[in-house]
Design a protein. Sequence first.
Length: 103
Amino acid sequence: MNGMEVPLWAALPAALLLVCGALLSLIGSLGLLRLDEFYARIHAPTMGNTLGAGCVLLASILVSSALAQRPVFHEVLITVFILLTSPVTAILLMRAAIFRTPK
């Protein structure tokens, strides 16, 4: 960084969002390891990692906006794209698995 201090009103929620994001990503990754069926295995990381990445990006938006003293929109676009594309990818994988399994 350039030596600027993050204000306390932005640092505390950002730290909380980072911890929540890390825990959600960890839970999603553990779900991928522990669950047995394909559909359960794809559900856990999709939800956990998407929400975890969303929390981390919200923390980044908060800190960047506080340091720049204006809203930062490129991180908002990244958040929107991740929150839209990850569940859609999981749905497409599940549909492909449905059509591949013998009836």
